[in-house]
Write a protein that binds this ligand. Structure first.
Ligand SMILES: [Zn+2]
Length: 287
């Protein structure tokens, strides 16, 4: 099976239970949150069954992820102190963002999140007893008090607010470098996602927005966010910045944007989408 010929968007089928027997398999090898890569393989690919056996690295746990074009694929957690086998290297998930396509990033992000979730839920948070994996769904259950744990996902919103041809961009107080981005924040218990968008914008920069429009989402496994992207329009109010979060904020014309997020993140996609629509409107207006 040639990995590079696979279209993951269509050929990956998530699953819980591996087939009873199989003659080939793929392996995403994870050590201490880093992913193993063959030094000669560009772009990245998982190990095949022979390679995985031959490397003989001490495994902590194996997690079935599903099948890719019918071939089972596993996340293999190995000893965090494992040495890099000759000809291979461990790299961070961050490095995948700019070097692989989005579907590969999502698959490897899935593997990393599942490994972390199992590692952090060996014991029940309520009674402290051992938990075991369910064979029915992606969950762990406490053998003693029967509390069930599902993989943790943290939904967050990200919003591109515009005022005519200008975009609201802000500099995070904790970010290094001179870098502006769209506003973002975590959904709180009891909130609808739309309420989160209004609250976050008001909390961070003190203005009211209107006409929210859902744009799309991105799995953001640092460590387990799901980013939900929106466009919105300025309604009223003046900037009042939340000092602990926002160092600076401003309205920037789409032709004169500051240092902004790259196109690998949904923040970059939102800004790019706004620019394209603003340019299209201008062309229409000139006719
Ligand atoms: Zn328990």
């Amino acid at each position: 099976m040639d990995w590079q010929a696979i279209n993951l968007g269509e050929d990956f089928n998530p699953g819980i239970k591996p087939p009873e027997s199989f003659s080939s398999s793929f392996h995403i090898v994870i050590s201490d949150d880093e992913i193993l890569n063959s030094e000669g393989a560009h772009p990245w690919r998982p190990l095949d069954q022979d390679e995985w056996r031959w490397l003989d690295i001490e495994e902590v746990e194996s997690h079935f992820l599903g099948t890719v074009a019918g071939v089972p694929i596993f996340a293999n957690e190995v000893d965090p102190d494992a040495d890099e086998p000759e000809g291979y290297e461990f790299s961070t998930l961050w490095s995948f963002l700019s070097h692989t396509d989005q579907q590969v990033f999502y698959l490897v992000g899935r593997a990393k999140q599942i490994v972390e979730w199992h590692r952090n839920h060996h014991y029940c948070g309520q009674c402290g007893q051992i938990t075991t994996s369910s064979s029915l769904d992606r969950s762990r259950k406490c053998a003693s008090c029967e509390l069930i744990f599902y993989p943790r996902l943290s939904p967050s919103i990200i919003v591109c607010v515009n005022r005519g041809e200008e975009i609201l961009l802000a500099k995070n107080a904790n970010a290094r470098g001179n870098f502006y981005s769209t506003l973002a924040g975590f959904v709180e218990p009891g909130e609808s996602i739309e309420e989160t968008v209004h609250r976050e914008v008001f909390e961070e920069v003190g203005i009211k927005i209107k006409n929210l429009k859902y744009f799309g989402s991105q799995s953001w496994p640092f460590p387990n966010s799901l980013m939900l992207g929106f466009h919105a329009e300025y309604d009223r109010g003046e900037f009042v910045l939340q000092e602990e979060e926002i160092a600076d904020a401003g309205w920037f014309h789409y032709t004169q944007l500051p240092n902004k997020p790259a196109l690998v993140s949904i923040s970059g996609w939102l800004i790019d989408d706004f620019i394209k629509r603003a340019m299209a409107n201008q062309i229409m207006g000139l006719k």
